[in-house]
Design a protein around this ligand. Structure first.
Ligand code: GN1
Ligand code: MG
Length: 359
């Protein structure tokens, strides 16, 4: 049976591929549906996965040219021992993407024998996740912040997300607000609670979306290979990249889990992650190290308030598979945030073991 290619036909996708410098072969496509933003396809030839084809969501990423320049620049550095290189395939125009009536498209190499995990119980996976995120930062440590554009305005800025939330509450209908009542209340409470954000930290070039399923692992060795989903590479604070990884590692429940009893914070997994992170050469400042627990609290809350805002805006931003999914995401992320707040002191204790390993 023909694969369901969503909004596209096989012919259309083949025509798009012709815009790239690829050998003429009969290509086939499998949609990869885990992302909430872009349209992504695995491109196969003679039954081997060969490439990743993606349409970049321009509602989310307004400056695609800037985004592609960031990506090209970062990919030149993201290679070396124990970090697998991803390459962009040029378009026939010479650019790294094709601008077509159907949108902006790009093609990247596919890393064979690789796998992603949505969750894992395995401390080795957590260690490897920490190691590869640290390695990513080591490789990009000398990049200049001003050579990268912000691909999303104030992406992880709490004040900005709060403002968007308040605006969405003001605009939402009474019915929507009634449905989201608990979420709105929790958001207000937690905005009060999460006030003391780390200050005076240096900006670095970050990944900004380091959830576990954005890390490729080797199918055979389970070693982490590299980070994927690189559209949000731009300046940020180190603890952003920690918070997103930790929220998806220490908790095995889905982002939209409705049974909050399943949401947990497994400290042994946090420890393994931090150990992996510091298996890299020293690259963090002391302040950055100390900001780690705050990042673990901030990031799930930010995602929660963004999901709630999108629910109040009638799901304009994220792809949803059912009507209240954004609300369920928000409630589950707020629950996890609360659990992370309770673990602040134990997290500080774990992190302080590595104080001698800062720059
Ligand atoms: C979005 O599309 P995906 O799943 O890679 C979002 C991330 C969130 C994630 C899940 C650009 O990423 O910030 O972590 O959903 N990406 C953007 O909540 O908004
Ligand atoms: Mg993403």
């Amino acid at each position: 049976m023909a694969e369901d290619l969503g909004n596209y036909s096989l012919e259309q996708l083949r025509d798009i591929l012709k815009q790239f410098k690829l050998s003429p072969q009969e290509y086939f496509f499998n949609p990869l549906q885990s992302g909430l933003i872009n349209d992504t396809f695995l491109v196969r030839a003679a039954d081997h996965p060969e490439f990743i084809l993606q349409r970049i969501n321009q509602n989310v990423f307004e400056n695609v040219e800037g985004l592609m320049t960031n990506l090209d620049r970062a990919l030149k550095k993201l290679k070396g021992a124990s970090y697998t290189r991803i390459k962009l395939i040029s378009a026939t125009s010479g650019k790294m993407y094709a601008s077509l009536p159907s949108g902006y498209w790009r093609v990247m190499t596919y890393i064979p024998n690789s796998v992603t995990y949505n969750t894992s119980e395995d401390p080795k996976i957590a260690f490897e996740a920490g190691r590869i995120i640290g390695k990513f930062h080591v490789l990009l440590a000398s990049e200049k912040n001003n050579q990268y554009v912000d691909t999303i305005y104030k992406f992880h800025d709490l004040e900005f997300r709060k403002m968007q939330f308040l605006a969405a509450v003001a605009r939402a209908t009474q019915t929507t607000k009634n449905t989201a009542e608990k979420g709105i209340l929790l958001a207000h409470q937690m905005l009060e609670e999460i006030q003391d954000l780390p200050k005076n930290l240096p900006h670095r070039i970050c990944h900004n979306d380091t959830k576990l399923n954005n890390i490729l692992f080797s199918k055979t060795t389970n070693k982490a290979l590299c980070l994927i989903d690189l559209d949000t590479i731009m300046k940020g604070y180190f603890h952003y990249d920690i918070g997103d990884a930790v929220r998806t590692l220490v908790n095995t429940a889905a982002e939209d889990e409705q049974n909050h009893a399943k949401i947990n914070f497994r400290m042994s997994i946090f420890e393994a992650f931090i150990e992996g992170l510091f298996s890299n050469k020293a690259f963090l400042s002391e302040d950055e190290l100390k900001s780690i627990p705050a990042g673990v609290i901030l990031m799930p809350f930010l995602h929660g308030i963004r999901a709630l805002t999108d629910f109040l805006n009638n799901n304009l931003y994220y792809k949803v598979s059912y009507e209240n999914q954004n609300l369920d995401r928000a409630l589950s992320l707020f629950d996890f945030t609360q659990k992370a707040i309770e673990q602040k002191a134990p997290m500080e204790k774990v992190v302080s073991k590595y104080l001698q390993q800062v720059k």
